[in-house]
Every structure is written in structure tokens, then in C-alpha cells.
Design a protein around this ligand. Sequence first.
Ligand code: F6P
Length: 340
Amino acid sequence: MRIGILTAGGDCPGINAAIRGVGKTAILEYGMEVIGISSGFLGLINEEYIKLDESVLSGILTLGGTILGTSRENPFKKSSAFNAIDKPKLIKKHYHELGLDALVCIGGNGTQRTAAQLAETGLNVVGIPKTIDNDVWGTDVTFGFDSALTIATEAIDRLHSTANSHKRIMVIEVMGHHAGWLALYSGIAAGGDVILIPEIDFDINTVTRTLKKRAIHKKPYSIVVVAEGIPVPKGEKAGSYISKKISEMTGLETRETILGYIQRGGSPSPIDRVLATRYGAFAVELIARKKFGQMVSLKGDIITSVPLSEVGGKLRLVPPDNPLVEKARRMGVCFGHKTV
Ligand code: F6P
């Protein structure tokens, strides 16, 4: 068999470990040939690819980013760059010209939706979920999340000492445009006093009340962890807006930190290396069994798969009754819940 592999959407730590998991399993266990498609679905449109042999796959386990490059190209969306070109048709043509028997798509929600659409056109597709946001429906965890969580936690840890020295409120914005998993977990792991996530409507008065109460009770400083996707007025950035409001409404000295792309770069954590390797190896098992149209997934500690048709277009958000939120609330963490 000859299989293709591509990486699409925002990058994250662990993608190369997944490529290696796919490639080594395919070559060594099944004697398959592996083609690496460049820059996500763009590479299938433009026919840009490299052969992935053992030498290319060697030494990439610990590398951040993706050796194949990535793009946010959605072949099912019209774009000026391709004018009237029927991109899905072109992809199908190139898939067959390349002699592919299957295509592995490593990506987040958007990528899995495109993978499902390509599967519907008759291509043999298997998806592997990745994103630091951890919001892909159908799996308990995506790789990339643990690495980003480690980085965000360390960043918040470091804010504690400087916040304490200056007796300030420190607001830190972490990624997560729809889902608050990263803010929730890093906030709890690093002892945040206020955690704001897109899934929980916040009232700025609840936030400022909490911070003023802490100041009155001689807590010298406070840490506010904010997900980038919380609702703020148009044109404002979450961290800056919350910082500004806190400063205006409490008079307490406030500073903001926007963590940004540092969260997505660099070497994957050991947990992500293992998860990405397991996902990659299992994707090839699915192909060998001709079980196409599936996305590999983790349920508990079992690697399994879910139909791509069920994944597309859905997000795995933090449920309002998430037990972690409840436990943290009982310990005094403020999520900005509106009070009557
Ligand atoms: O990878 C997911 C994510 O990190 C989001 O949290 C963030 O909003 C987005 O990617 C930004 O990525 P880009 O600037 O590459 O589109």
C-alpha cells in the first residue's frame, strides 16, 4: 500500500511524533510506502510532497512544529487564490495520480471536517486529532494540550513571584478561542485566583469583588487567568480588556501578560510524545484493516476510533458542570459566575 500523510491547521507540539508513529509503523510493520504532503491540503492541490523513508523519520520525535509544514487551506471553501478551480476534484485527481491507497490527516476540528468531506467523495481517509486547545470532539484528549499546559503553567508559576514582590494583580491570557481547557487546567495547576473561560458567562463585578476581597484580607497579590476566547467588546483582546477593567474598577495595580505562540512552539512533553506515537501507530492499523473514514481517539486509556462523519463541525467544550470547575469553586477560585 502507498499512504499519504498531511498536517493542517495550527501547529502544536507532537505532530512530528505522530508523523513518525505513522511512518515507522507503515514502513517497518506493514511494508507500506509513505508520502508526506507539504503544507496541509495545499500540497494535495499543488502536488507538493516528499517521500518519507526511515532516514527522514529519524530524529524528529522531539522536534516541535511539523516537518511537512501546515496551512489553513480549506479545499471546500472558495478562495481567490484558486478562483474557479474545483479544489476537491483536483485533490481527488492528485490522490489517484500519486497512487495513494489512503490519506492520513493530522489536524484539529477544521481538518477533521475536511477529512470527513474528502471521505464522502470516496477517498480512504483516516484522521488524527491534534491541537493545544484540546477541543476536538470524539476524543478525551488531543496531543499538543499537555505540552501547552506545561508551558502555560510554568509561565503562571513565574508570575507569582513578581506579582508578590510588587503586590499587583497579574492577568495572563492563554490560548483557547472556543474552549477554555488550557485556561482551566493551567489556572488550577498554577493556583490562579480567578479563571475566565469562554464556556462560563462572567460578570466583571464578580471578578473585581473577589479581587477587592482578597486585597482586604491582606492577600498581597492575585493571579487572573483568562482564555483568549472570552467575550469582550469588539477590537479588544481578552487579557488587556480584563486588566484594564480591573484596574479601573478596583484601583489595584494591574499588569497583563499575553502568552501567545510560545504555547504552541517547541518540543512536545513526554505525555504528548507517547500519545502522538500511539495515535500514529493506530492510524496505520486502521488503514491495514481497511477501516477508513475514522478518526483515532483516546477513550480512558484505550486508543480507539470514531467515525469522521460524527466529528466534523463539533467542538468539545468544557461542560458547565465540569467537576474540576466545581471543586475549584469550593476552594475559592472565582470563575466570574453571575450572582443574582
Ligand atoms: O491551535 C489553536 C489556536 O492556538 C487557538 O487557540 C488560537 O486562537 C489559534 O490557534 C491561532 O492560530 P493562528 O494565528 O495560527 O491562526
